[in-house]
Write a protein that binds this ligand. Structure first.
Ligand SMILES: Nc1ncnc2c1ncn2[C@@H]1O[C@H](COP(=O)(O)OP(=O)(O)OP(=O)(O)O)[C@@H](O)[C@H]1O
Ligand SMILES: [Mg+2]
Length: 309
C-alpha cells in the first residue's frame, strides 16, 4: 500500500498580530502535492500575512507551520530551496534585467528549470533585457512568477499571481499552474478572481478578518450553500426592499456589481415567478436573466458580506 503523503503545507492555529491589531486569528490550512489550494478573502483579511508567516518572512505569534514535512523553524537552506514564493508586491530588484535575474537565480539551485524555456513560456523573452523598474505591472508579475518557479519548487506560494494580467497572460498563468500540479507540486494561491479559484483549485479556503469562514472543494462550497441562483442585469442601484419582502427570508438578494443582481439560495419556480413579476411591476426588463447554480462568487459574497470595508 502506498504511504499516505503528509500535506506539503500544514498550518495549525496560526496567529499574527501587528501591534494591537490581530491580522490572523487562528488559521488552519493545508496544501497537498499535486493540488491547488486557493486562499480567498476580502482586502485585509489576512491572506498575505498568512503567506508571509508560512515562508518565514514574519514570525507567527502562535500556531505552527510545517513545510514539506518539517517544522518551519527547523527548515534549512536545502528545504527552503524546495519552496517557491511569489509575493504580492513582487520584491524584484529594480535595476535587474529579467533574463539576467532569472539566470542568476537559477545558479542558486542544484536542478533549476530551463530559464530560456520558462522565460519564453511567460512571454518574458519580449522584454528580457529591460530593467525591472521600466516594466509594466503585468510584465513584472510574470517575472516574479518565473522567479518563484526557477528553482523547480515542490511547494509554491503564489500571492495573487494573475492580478493585473491581460487575459492572454492570465490563461498562460493558469496553464503553468495546472502543469505544476501535474508534476506533483503543491500550490497555495491567493486570489480575488473567483473564476481562477473555480478553475484551478481542488480546495478553497475563505478567510475573513483573520479567520477561516469556509473551506472545501468549490463544488462542496457551492452546493452546500444553496442549489441555485437567479442573476440579471438592469439599471444600477435599484431599490430591492419590496422584492426582499416578497421572497423567502433564506434567500440572499443583492447587487454584486453596479447593475448586476443576484438572488441566491434555493431558487424554485415560485421564486423565479416572484422575481419576474417584481420586474414587471417596476417596468424593468431584466437583461441576461439566468437561473443556475450558485457560483463561488455568490458563496464568497454571502459569507464575507457585500459592503466595502
Ligand atoms: N506590516 C504591517 N503592519 C501593520 N499592519 C499590517 C501590516 N501588514 C498588514 N497589516 C494589516 O493586517 C491586515 C491583513 O493584511 P494582509 O495584507 O494580510 O491582507 P490580505 O488578505 O492579503 O489583503 P489584500 O487582499 O488586500 O492583499 C490588514 O488589516 C492590514 O492593514
Ligand atoms: Mg494580500
Amino acid at each position: 500500500m502506498p504511504a499516505i503523503r503528509e500535506p506539503a503545507l500544514d498550518v495549525r492555529g496560526l496567529v499574527k498580530r501587528y501591534g494591537d491589531h490581530t491580522a490572523v486569528r487562528g488559521i488552519d490550512l493545508q496544501a497537498h502535492h499535486g493540488a491547488v489550494t486557493a486562499l480567498l478573502g476580502p482586502n485585509g483579511a489576512g491572506k498575505t500575512t498568512t503567506v508571509e508567516c508560512c515562508v518565514g518572512l514574519r514570525s507567527p505569534d502562535d500556531g505552527s507551520v510545517r513545510l514539506l514535512g518539517r517544522a518551519a523553524a527547523e527548515t534549512g537552506a536545502d528545504d527552503r530551496a524546495r519552496v517557491g514564493v511569489m509575493l504580492q508586491d513582487g520584491g524584484l530588484p529594480n535595476q535587474a534585467r529579467p533574463l539576467e535575474l532569472l539566470r542568476h537565480l537559477a545558479r542558486l539551485y542544484a536542478a533549476p528549470a530551463d530559464v530560456e524555456e520558462l522565460a519564453a513560456r511567460l512571454g518574458i523573452d519580449q522584454f528580457a533585457a529591460t530593467a525591472v523598474r521600466r516594466l509594466s505591472g503585468g510584465q513584472r508579475q510574470r517575472v516574479a512568477l518565473a522567479a518563484a518557479l526557477v528553482g523547480r519548487p515542490e511547494l509554491v506560494f503564489l500571492d495573487e499571481p494573475s492580478a493585473g494580467l491581460d487575459p492572454q497572460a492570465r490563461h498562460t498563468v493558469w496553464d503553468v499552474v495546472r502543469d505544476l500540479c501535474t508534476d506533483g507540486v503543491a500550490v497555495l494561491l491567493t486570489t480575488h478572481d473567483m473564476e481562477e479559484a473555480t478553475r484551478l483549485a481542488s480546495e478553497v479556503v475563505i478567510v475573513d478578518d483573520g479567520r477561516v469562514v469556509a473551506q472545501g472543494t468549490p463544488a462542496h462550497l457551492t452546493s452546500s450553500y444553496g442549489t441555485s441562483s437567479i442573476r440579471f442585469t438592469a439599471a444600477p442601484s435599484l431599490d430591492l426592499e419590496e422584492l426582499r419582502r416578497s421572497l423567502p427570508t433564506h434567500l440572499s438578494i443583492g447587487e454584486t456589481r453596479p447593475g448586476e443582481y443576484v438572488i441566491a439560495g434555493d431558487v424554485d419556480p415560485a421564486v423565479v415567478a416572484t422575481v419576474t413579476a417584481w420586474c414587471a411591476s417596476q417596468g424593468l426588463m431584466p437583461d441576461q436573466l439566468a437561473v443556475g447554480r450558485a457560483s463561488l462568487e455568490d458563496v464568497f459574497l454571502d459569507l464575507t458580506g457585500r459592503a466595502l470595508r
